[in-house]
Design a protein. Structure first.
Length: 71
């Protein structure tokens, strides 16, 4: 039961990172004037998305590695 909870958190973190990065790309391509006015917030969203994708991928790898050792 604990393994599925950890797996769910890893997938959730990965999903939030992809969503943040996708939102940044959508704003950047669709509204270039807004992007210039929103530079600092956009940078924070971009780097937070990249960070969360990294955390999600590493957590997922850790869960899968632990699961293969347990089997």
């Amino acid at each position: 039961m604990r393994m599925m909870n950890t797996f769910g958190r890893a997938i959730g973190t990965l999903g939030v990172g992809v969503l943040a990065l996708g939102h940044w790309l959508w704003i950047y391509e669709s509204y270039p004037a807004l992007t210039r006015a929103w530079q600092m917030g956009g940078a924070v969203e971009l780097y937070a998305g990249i960070f969360l994708i990294g955390v999600g991928v590493h957590a997922l790898a850790l869960v899968l590695m632990q699961r293969s050792r347990a089997a």
